[in-house]
Write a new protein. Sequence first.
Length: 83
Amino acid sequence: PESGIDANKVFVPRGMFISPDEYEFIIFDRWGVKQFYSQTPKQSWDGMSKGEPAKQDVYVWIVRYKDQYGNVIEKNGTVTLLR
């Protein structure tokens, strides 16, 4: 793709030693409405919400998982969706 604009079509957290038994990846819109939910590591968000393209905006993501030592880890941040 020109200028790398199409390079990031999905958003997915990455990490090592994540237990697939206890994993959550959640994306919320700015009003706190859940737009995406997964309990499967490596399942990505493609910018869709309820079968429709989500609007361009800033979204909050949260990932909760157990590491190889059994510790519950929570990470969060924002992702900007551009079309």
